[in-house]
Design a protein around this ligand. Structure first.
Ligand SMILES: Cc1cc2nc3c(=O)[nH]c(=O)nc-3n(C[C@H](O)[C@H](O)[C@H](O)COP(=O)(O)OP(=O)(O)OC[C@H]3O[C@@H](n4cnc5c(N)ncnc54)[C@H](O)[C@@H]3O)c2cc1C
Ligand code: FES
Length: 1302
């Protein structure tokens, strides 16, 4: 499908390397009896050849701004569900596919449909809000808040009246939808059985040299290195497979595809049996159902769902367990294409289906025999007992019997769209009226190289009564039977072992319940999706400032028309650049052999450091970073050279053929501890102190010492690093189209690298598909390398990183180790604190010293600690260099402080919120860097959050709940924030603008800010509209470019709108004043008439604007300064319900934020929700893992989990503080991009609170350490249940850990 995107220019089929965001395609296939079903699929996994005979609908096909937009596109856009917009076509198509099958979906349908789509900007709430408008309010199935009895209905818009008006929406009229192309409907009863491709793409087949033969004959497509054959009968399939046993069968391509795409596996021949009818047959027998191996997992699920209500209950135990597993397996998009046979034959160690199918006594049929699916079937990793030439035809799933109970459980890093850490299928059979076990089978996934049977455990249970004695023996045997070595692949050894016990315990509870011997478990927090907003009021109707204006590109983003860097059409002779990176963490380069690469088809050149005509390093703030390593490498992933070729595929093949030889250097440094031991730091180290900390410790009642470790974070912007450098052809002029937050930095870098003046380089940024701090320094280096290739070859050169490369090369948020000593009085007052911060900066300094400074400047958070000392160091290690990330060190800094305050509360036995309150700044206050401020709004946020969340009553209810519930515990936290806005580096606090009025009255605004989803262009349009007194529709912002507004500052530090808004205001005021005489002359005239008159009177209709921001500074020698223009304040309350057996949890959130007078409440709320969810990911979910040799393991969405729809709080209430004014920013607003990210830590502290409740039942009281992120693994182990306590600790030093604790 991605080939289709490249060849056709249909950009809605977006090139994302992740599996979960590719759902830009809806495919219709002719089904048995000609029913047409629509399903969404991942573009990156769908082979083009497989589409023969299918109708493909892309986001462009359902609506456009030129014709008519589709209601789905309209509603997601108008509900403010599109920020950077990169994920939006995927969201639209997932929802569109759902509506084609079910025009009035339930909330459950919607969340299932969106489960496989990822968004890094919005926090999902507005997307779900837009989609929810398709639900029928009357339906009891909608699961809306009213249906759950939680008050005002979430579907009627009453809770968020100002954000969008659903009465404006186009109705959904299913009769107006695209019809299935009649020419594709054939007379055979066959799936995918059609005559020819739909739409224009057959053309591309011939352009690509593919041969396409029409049905009913065998279809054969021959590519450069691969042949694809699609037979039409089982007989032919058997023949083909017998003569080509090594050729894989490709059904859904969800196993074979990723191997080919991401691991470089090549198959010269692929057999696609999707037109072999026998593989799709479904039959029912008196013993069970027989499903064709080719049936998709979605089809299997819906078939079983249809059967369950038709059969007696006792027959459906296995079916129900399968349905449950299928609901959580992968995502809808995966299940729509992945086949039942493919899942079984892939023999994944953590397949969700194999354990339950095996436990349920299922069988598989190959051509001539039936084989039981049991422990003998799975022989090793990815292998079954079937011979390579054998074909799985069908799978027999038996009915269950009376007295038979079947259950499946799974625990995954993320609830949905994530392979399980451990998964299980369990079946027990009692003869009628007896509690003695007649038969039992238990299988686990995730506990070895293949699905494993707990046969010994089962043997110990069989023929015994199902009681505590039997079960307690069983736990011990299970622990022995499924032992894992401490360095087992997959890591998480203790957690995995404890999960095997927890699942057996859960099974026990359910069986007991079935045997009517036990009462039900506690009630979960209801999924209510209930939102409330309080937005600022009081603007006149004409004035757009303060109104929830939709993101100005939202509609184009929803229709797929919005252009991102890689959507720019290919120019003649354009080349593609692929990077070659170091495979060693610390080594001398002893040789670089590019000869083989240069021989490969399409390869044009290899760029090394020697080719750079100008500066070979990128300099910033006095630090230098080599563009391409010349003689030495200092991390795995460091760029060494780049291959330039005619296509992406050729460049990648060329890069793989480059050979680098190394001589390892001794003692690489990876962890913070190693760096501290070897004093491996980037200078300067920073320190700040107020009061006399050493003296103060002598007079306190108590002293406590603790530490907090926090992992890093990957930006995971949806659009990876992308750039296109085009030589203009004369006088060394270059146009650089680039996805960056700081065009001027890229311009300077390219000019210095090529040794040309900056006036020959123009950087253009149309929009950015997410950035979060990751597209500043790293982008400028990548653009410099790409520009060398363009300069040397004299061709346009494009470089777009794949997700894995991007994650490997570009670094992210700094991991941190915080150590603290705190002195406090018995009444809760903290008198002294001494905090040391160590960040893991990686192999180059980048912005790490600035990050360290910001860490120290925020270490007071909202607390007035009279004696406070902070020391911070950026550790130099042999890992990829870390960089700016939303919050710039603040989320790490405050996390340590809040953990310290929490510990103080635990030591004192007081509620943490009380200790927080006692220590907060009150009245006119002075920070530890001697800056005076008023904490009034900070305290108001705190109080309002307490009141809105009903904190005290809920706290009491939680304590009561915890007394009654053994395995589920609830926890709650209330966390404040004070966040400094603007740059401490004073020169960055400036902005410029250029505004043109054209003779027709239309206005073009240029400014230095870049649009990366944060809505800066929308807010600027509102500012210009207010100043020029014209509607926003007359104002356009085309791009950010260095030839219209020079010497810009980065869009960062939550300061973009503050600075650029003022510059645009300035330019617009100049223009408005110039028109004043004309208005006076013709008071009844119109904007257009005054503009025309101005032109004829030779009045300039173009003006620049400038904003000289505050003169901020920080004097580190004197330890004082004014590093911020003002503070944004907030508070957040979270409640979680934690399953102590698995670490799974559910969240409710209430946030109050002071953002002054919001310029645009919908944009600001979008920033708040998006930042909160990114923080939730940081503190509870996202884990970077490095191998012991320094290689990043987590290089894609299957290993690195960012929050998905399932992680959205079940209740998510956002309130903007009313009556707040800010004299320091435009129209009294406040910067909001970064501050709320830290409030995601409220989920962490609520989990910690729940864990504390669990620990206290095991007699464990007092402070305990819980590192961030508080993943299910960490939370479950910290609960110290009787199961986790059974797992013996692995002796440090007795094994080589699988991953580094960096
Ligand atoms: C993003 C993502 C998330 C996922 N999450 C989960 C999850 O949570 N739980 C889980 O269990 N799985 C998960 N999977 C795995 C997925 O379920 C399997 O990849 C899928 O079922 C394989 O089916 P397929 O039709 O796509 O196989 P293909 O990739 O087409 O083929 C896979 C293998 O099976 C062989 N094969 C296929 N059909 C036959 C046949 N009839 N006879 C003999 N050999 C055959 C092929 O030769 C090939 O070797 C996930 C996959 C992805 C990509
Ligand atoms: S709007 Fe979803 S990723 Fe940016």
């Amino acid at each position: 499908m991605l080939l289709l995107r490249t060849c056709s220019g249909i950009t809605g089929i977006r090139t994302l390397v992740t599996l979960a965001h590719q759902t830009h395609v809806s495919i219709s296939t002719v089904h048995l009896y000609y029913t047409i079903r629509h399903y969404s699929a991942n573009a990156c996994l769908l082979p083009l050849c497989q589409l023969h005979g299918a109708a493909v609908i892309t986001v462009e096909g359902i609506g456009s701004t030129k014709t008519r937009i589709h209601p789905v596109q309209e509603r997601i856009a108008k509900a403010h569900g599109s920020q950077c917009g990169f994920c939006t076509p995927g969201m639209v198509m997932s929802m569109y596919a759902l509506l084609r099958n079910k025009p009035q979906p339930t909330m459950e349908d919607i969340t299932q449909a969106l489960a496989g789509n990822l968004c890094r900007c919005t926090g999902y709430r507005p997307i779900v809000d837009g989609c929810r408008t398709f639900c029928q309010v009357q339906s009891s199935e909608t699961n809306c808040c009213q249906a759950n009895g939680v008050g005002n209905c979430c579907l009627n818009g009453a809770n968020n009246p100002q954000l969008f008006d659903k009465d404006d929406f186009l109705p959904l009229d299913p009769t107006q939808e695209l019809i299935f192309p009649p020419e594709l409907i054939v007379s055979h009863h066959m799936l995918f059985h059609t005559t020819r491709g739909y739409l224009v793409w057959c053309q591309h087949f011939s352009e690509m040299g593919l041969i396409c033969m029409a049905n009913p004959q065998t279809l054969t497509f021959c590519g450069e290195r691969m042949t694809w054959v699609s037979p039409t009968s089982l007989e032919e399939l058997v023949q083909l497979k017998t003569s080509n046993p090594k050729a894989p069968l490709v059904m859904g391509n969800t196993n074979i595809g990723p191997d080919m795409r991401f691991k470089g596996v090549q198959h010269p021949l692929i057999i696609s049996p999707t037109r072999v009818t026998e593989l799709f047959e479904v039959t029912q027998t008196p013993q069970g159902v027989c499903l064709g191996a080719g049936c998709s997992l979605s089809e299997v699920r819906s078939l079983l769902e249809k059967l369950v209500p038709q059969l007696p209950e006792e027959k459906t135990e296995l079916f129900k367990a399968l349905i449950q597993q299928l609901g959580n397996l992968g995502s809808q998009q995966i299940r729509n294409v992945a086949s039942l046979g493919g899942n079984i034959m892939s023999a994944y160690p953590n397949s969700d289906l194999n354990p339950i199918l095996a436990a349920g006594n299922s069988k598989v049929s190959v051509i001539s025999s039936e084989v039981p699916l049991n422990q003998d079937f799975f022989v090793s990793f990815g292998k079954t007992i079937l011979k390579p030439e054998e074909i799985l035809v069908s799978v027999f799933i038996p009915f269950s019997r009376k007295g038979e109970f079947v259950r499946a459980f799974r625990q995954a890093p993320r609830k949905e769209s994530s392979f399980a850490t451990v998964t299980t299928g369990m079946r027990v059979f009692f003869s009628e009226g007896s509690r003695v076990v007649q038969d039992i089978s238990i299988y686990y996934g995730g506990m070895g190289p293949t699905t494993v049977s707990a046969a010994k455990t089962c043997a110990a249970i069989v023929a015994r009564p199902w009681d505590d004695e039997t079960l307690s023996r069983a736990y011990d045997i299970l622990l022995d039977e499924l032992a894992l070595p401490p360095s087992a692949p997959g890591g998480k050894v203790e957690f995995r072992r404890s999960l095997t016990l927890s699942f057996l315990f859960k099974f026990n509870l359910e069986v007991l319940q079935k045997l009517r011997e036990m009462v039900g478990l506690s009630r979960e927090i209801q999924r209510s999706l209930h939102f409330k907003y309080h937005v600022s009021k009081g603007q006149s109707n004409q004035d757009p400032v303060g109104r929830p204006i939709m993101h100005r590109s939202a509609i184009s983003q929803a229709t797929g028309e919005a252009v991102y860097c890689d959507d720019i059409p290919k120019t003649d002779g354009e080349l593609f650049l692929a990077l070659v990176t170091s495979s060693r963490a610390h080594a001398k380069i002893t040789g670089l052999d590019v000869s083989e690469a240069l021989q490969l088809p399409g390869v044009v050149d290899v760029i090394t450091s020697k080719d750079i005509p100008g500066k070979k390093v990128r300099s910033m703030f006095g630090y230098h970073e080599e563009l391409l390593a010349e003689s030495k490498v200092s991390c795995i992933g460091q760029m060494v050279c780049a291959v330039v070729a005619d296509t992406r595929a050729h460049a990648k093949r060329g890069a793989a053929a480059v050979k680098i030889s190394y001589e390892d250097l001794p003692d690489p440094v990876f962890t913070i501890e190693e760096a501290v031991e070897k004093s491996s730091f980037f200078e300067p180290l920073r320190m700040i102190e107020r009061g006399n900390v050493t003296e103060a410790f002598k007079s306190v009642d108590q002293v406590y010492e603790g530490e907090m470790r926090m992992g890093g974070q990957e930006h995971f912007y949806m659009e990876t690093q992308s750039m296109l450098v085009v030589p203009v052809g004369e006088e060394t002029e270059f146009n650089v189209y680039v996805s960056t937050q700081w065009p001027t930095l890229t311009q300077d870098a390219v000019a210095e690298t090529l040794d040309i003046p900056s006036n020959r380089v123009t950087c253009h940024v149309k929009r950015i598909g997410g950035a979060f701090g990751g597209k500043v320094t790293k982008t400028s280096i990548l653009a410099s390398i790409t520009s060398v290739a363009a300069w040397k070859t004299n061709h346009a050169v494009r470089c777009v990183l794949e997700r894995g490369e991007d994650m490997l090369i570009t670094g992210g948020r700094h991991p941190i180790l915080g150590k603290y000593k705190v002195g406090f009085m018995n009444d809760g007052r903290i008198v002294a604190a001494d905090i040391q911060y160590f960040t893991n900066a990686g192999n180059t300094v980048d912005e790490s010293v600035l990050v360290v400074e910001k860490i120290l400047l925020h270490m007071d958070n909202t607390y007035n600690i009279p004696n406070l000392r902070g020391r911070a160091a950026a550790c130099r290690t042999n890992l990829p260099s870390n960089t700016a990330f939303r919050g710039f060190g603040v989320p790490q800094s405050i996390m340590v402080v809040e953990n310290m305050v929490n510990d103080v509360a635990v030591v004192l036995g007081r509620p943490p919120d009380q200790v927080r309150e006692i220590n907060m700044y009150k009245g006119l206050s002075v920070t530890h860097y001697k800056f005076e401020f008023s904490p009034e709004n900070m305290l108001r946020c705190w109080e309002e959050c307490k009141a809105k969340s009903d904190y005290s009553a809920r706290r009491r209810a939680i304590d009561q709940f915890n007394q009654q519930s053994r395995w589920k515990k609830r926890g709650m936290s209330l966390i404040p924030i004070k966040y400094g806005i603007a740059f401490a580096e004073s020169f960055l606090n400036q902005a410029a603008a250029l505004v043109h009025i054209y003779k027709d009255g239309s206005v073009l605004v240029n400014h230095g800010g870049t649009e990366m989803g944060q809505g800066i262009h929308t807010k600027i349009q509102q500012v210009a509209s207010r100043e020029l007194h014209i509607p926003p529709s007359k104002i356009y912002i085309s791009e950010t470019s260095t030839n219209t507004v020079p010497n810009t500052c980065p869009s960062a530090a939550s300061f973009g709108t503050d600075a650029n808004g003022m510059a645009v205001k300035n330019a617009c005021q100049t223009l408005y004043q110039r028109l004043e005489p004309l208005r006076q002359k013709d008071p009844k005239g119109s904007w257009e008439s005054w503009v025309r008159a101005a032109f004829f009177e030779k009045i300039s209709l173009s003006a620049t604007g400038f904003h000289r921001g505050p003169d901020l500074y920080m004097d580190w020698d004197k330890m004082e300064g004014q590093p911020y223009a003002y503070y944004t304040f907030g508070a957040c309350c979270c409640e979680v319900e934690l399953d102590c057996l698995t670490g799974d949890y559910r969240v409710r959130t209430d946030i109050v934020v002071d953002i002054g007078r919001s310029l645009n409440p919908s944009v600001d709320i979008g920033q708040i929700e998006g930042a909160f969810m990114q923080g939730l990911g940081l503190y509870t979910l996202e884990e970077l893992k490095f191998s012991p040799s320094g290689l990043l393991y987590t290089r894609g969405p299957s290993q690195y989990k960012i929050p998905a729809v399932c992680d959205m709080p079940l209740q998510f209430n956002v309130y903007l503080l009313s009556d707040s004014h800010n004299p320091h920013a435009i129209y009294s607003s406040k910067g909001i991009g970064e501050p709320v990210l830290f409030l995601g830590s409220s989920v962490f502290f609520a989990i910690k609170d729940a864990v504390a409740a669990a620990r206290s039942e095991s007699g464990l009281v007092g402070p305990f350490s819980l590192d961030s992120p508080a993943t299910p693994e960490r939370a479950c182990l910290a609960c110290a249940s009787r199961f986790t306590q059974k797992i013996p600790d692995s002796k440090p030093g007795s094994f080589k850990p699988r991953a580094l604790n960096i």
